[in-house]
Design a protein around this ligand. Structure first.
Ligand SMILES: [Zn+2]
Length: 589
């Protein structure tokens, strides 16, 4: 190699779309859009901000958070090594850059994700920074703009990364309630947990030209369906055709378009409130917040105490995580319909999303639990291959998520508590599920649960698979059967990405901390429901008896809490999953 080669590489760059060799300065002048074919190259977050905001208006928000390796994750490399490498190569602290600025003279808070940083993955720190950005928008009463670029949740942070979908969603919900505009701009690529939460539950969703967005990635969908994907699948123009985005915008028009939207929704002088905005409070230093676990004096501790170890005499023998995974997937394990028969009385099943579908993978309806009426919603698998196929293996379609949403809202209107039974390998990763808006359907459920004004009690009964599980599991109390698992990604999926091959699934299962005791320790799960000495499928009647007792113990105290207090406490429960208490608690063990 000659000495001039590196410099040559810096001067020229090859277009990923048409392979034309382009002069870098010319490309940059054209906003990194290929002048030959129109391909929009990925942008680093600082460059994106430079392109979008009024010159001189940018005020970066603080981005310093404590080091976090909340579950001590190690694949072929320890997670902190991957973090250090990402920091060194990008010059960023994390995969998002947040700032206040003006666009066309209108103030906004911006959170811009950077795909170069560990694939723009959503971990505790990213969730915390975006949540703080949203809180800043709320304090300043200005719109929030999210520019997304992400492969999904950060699996090295296990279920805590999954919780970030709820944490950020509830911050978006607070802006909704305050009547403040939220906008997301999907850039290429936006997938997984980011697509199924804040990228799609904003008021407006714009897609940059050529951007791909979906819940499941194309590789997974091809594997599951064994079919070639339709032309333009998951790309901006097709998303527009399927009603999933408001508009597709060329990069050169993005700043003007955002400015126009901000202008249209900013109060005119005549209707601007005369009341001064709420004075902004900088978040207390982390150390103080850690020292004071309950900074809200109104937050009466009305709920049962913090995670307690199982109260059974049969202290469970420590089982390997991979054995637990196999147990959780056992075909004999009781399903939601089994529990509806054995734990509840008088179940009346309700069907349909009222938009054109009834998904067999989700069952729900009204039932009685010890003579109290409740709304029960759960994933339904089956015991035989025919049942499993008919129920799509418990993988809900968008229609299933929308049916669940309808039943949750109905429950709130009727004053019924919601009990959810979670048992799914994940949301349906099929072509039509994507076309019908799987990501947005999950996102809306998560957001709605964060503000649902009625008690919500979730039980992970078998497999708690990723966003599909969380779509039913944002709750006041989260219980977990002893041999259930709850994870941001399947061990096989994690192994395929981070290890040389999928045969490392047992190692991945251990690294992901997906068992009930692990999740109890980091606060994702509040209580373990002990199974009979062998397992749930060996004694379904005893399992049902124990589940019923646990449901009653946890539900009854919730019934006395006023709805506003309930929502506030639920929000606190999920707010703490930032890189703060939960992370430190896990790290300290
Ligand atoms: Zn090109």
């Amino acid at each position: 190699m000659t000495a001039t080669a590196p410099r040559e590489e810096q001067l020229w760059s090859r277009c990923a779309g048409c392979a034309t060799l382009l002069y870098r300065k010319r490309l940059r002048r054209n906003l990194d859009v290929c002048p030959e074919c129109g391909e929009h190259a990925r942008l680093a977050a600082p460059e994106r901000l430079r392109q979008l905001v009024d010159p001189g208006s940018l005020r970066p928000l603080p981005d310093q958070l404590p080091e976090a390796d909340p579950i001590d994750f190690v694949d072929v490399l320890p997670y902190p090594h991957r973090l250090s490498a990402a920091r060194a190569s990008t010059g960023l602290t994390e995969a998002v850059v947040c700032a206040t600025a003006t666009i066309g003279g209108h103030p906004a808070v911006l959170a811009v994700m950077d795909f170069r940083f560990l694939g723009g993955s959503l971990g505790c720190a990213v969730g915390e920074l975006i949540t703080r950005a949203a809180e800043r928008a709320l304090d300043d009463r200005i719109p929030l703009i999210l520019i997304t670029a992400s492969g999904g949740a950060r699996m090295q942070e296990g279920a805590l990364s999954l919780m970030q979908m709820a944490t950020v969603s509830q911050a978006i919900a607070a802006l909704r309630e305050a009547g403040l505009l939220t906008v997301s701009v999907l850039t290429d690529p936006t997938y997984g947990g980011v697509a199924a939460s804040f990228a799609t539950n904003t008021d407006l969703v714009l897609a940059e030209s050529g951007a791909r967005m979906g819940f499941a990635g194309p590789r997974v969908i091809r594997q599951v369906t064994g079919r070639a994907l339709p032309e333009g699948f998951q790309t901006a123009d097709v998303l527009l055709r399927h009603g999933q985005v408001d508009m597709v915008v060329q990069r050169r028009s993005l700043r003007g378009r955002l400015g126009a939207l901000l202008a249209a929704t900013s109060p005119t002088r005549a209707d601007r409130p005369t009341r001064p905005p709420v004075p902004r409070q900088e978040p207390a230093p982390l150390r103080e917040r850690l020292a004071d676990p309950d900074p809200d004096p109104d937050a009466a501790p009305a709920l049962p105490a913090d995670p307690t170890p199982p109260t059974t005499a049969e202290t469970p023998a420590v089982r390997d995580a991979w054995d637990t995974v196999r147990m959780a997937r056992h075909p004999g394990r009781p399903t939601t319909l089994d529990y509806l028969d054995s734990v509840f009385d008088g179940f009346v099943q309700l069907h349909g999303d009222r938009l054109g579908g009834d998904c067999p993978a989700i069952v729900g309806g009204v039932a009685r639990l010890a003579d109290r009426h409740v709304m029960v919603i759960g994933h339904q698998k089956g015991h035989t291959t025919a049942e499993l196929v008919a129920r799509n293996f418990g993988m809900a379609s968008p229609a299933g998520h929308r049916k669940a949403l309808r039943l949750m809202r109905l429950a709130a209107r009727l004053g019924l508590p919601v009990v959810t039974l979670v048992d799914t390998p994940g949301a349906d990763p099929g072509v039509s599920a994507e076309e019908q808006g799987q990501a947005a359907a999950i996102a809306e459920n998560i957001l709605t649960l964060t503000v649902l004004p009625t008690p919500v009690l979730a039980v992970i009964t078998g497999e708690g698979g990723s966003g599909g599980a969380l779509a039913l599991a944002v709750a006041d109390r989260v219980l977990m059967l002893e041999n259930a698992v709850y994870s941001v990604i399947s061990p096989e999926g994690c192994a395929a990405i981070l290890w040389p091959d999928r045969s490392a699934a047992p190692q991945a299962a251990r690294a992901l901390r997906l068992t009930a005791p692990d999740l109890c320790r980091i606060g994702v799960v509040d209580e373990i429901v002990p199974e009979p000495s062998t397992a749930a499928h060996d004694d379904p009647a005893e399992t049902a008896h124990r589940l019923r007792a646990a449901l009653l113990t946890n539900l009854l105290p919730l019934l006395d809490v006023p709805p506003a207090m309930l929502v506030r406490l639920r929000r606190q429960r999920f707010r703490r999953f930032g890189s703060t208490r939960a992370g430190v608690r896990a790290g300290a063990r």
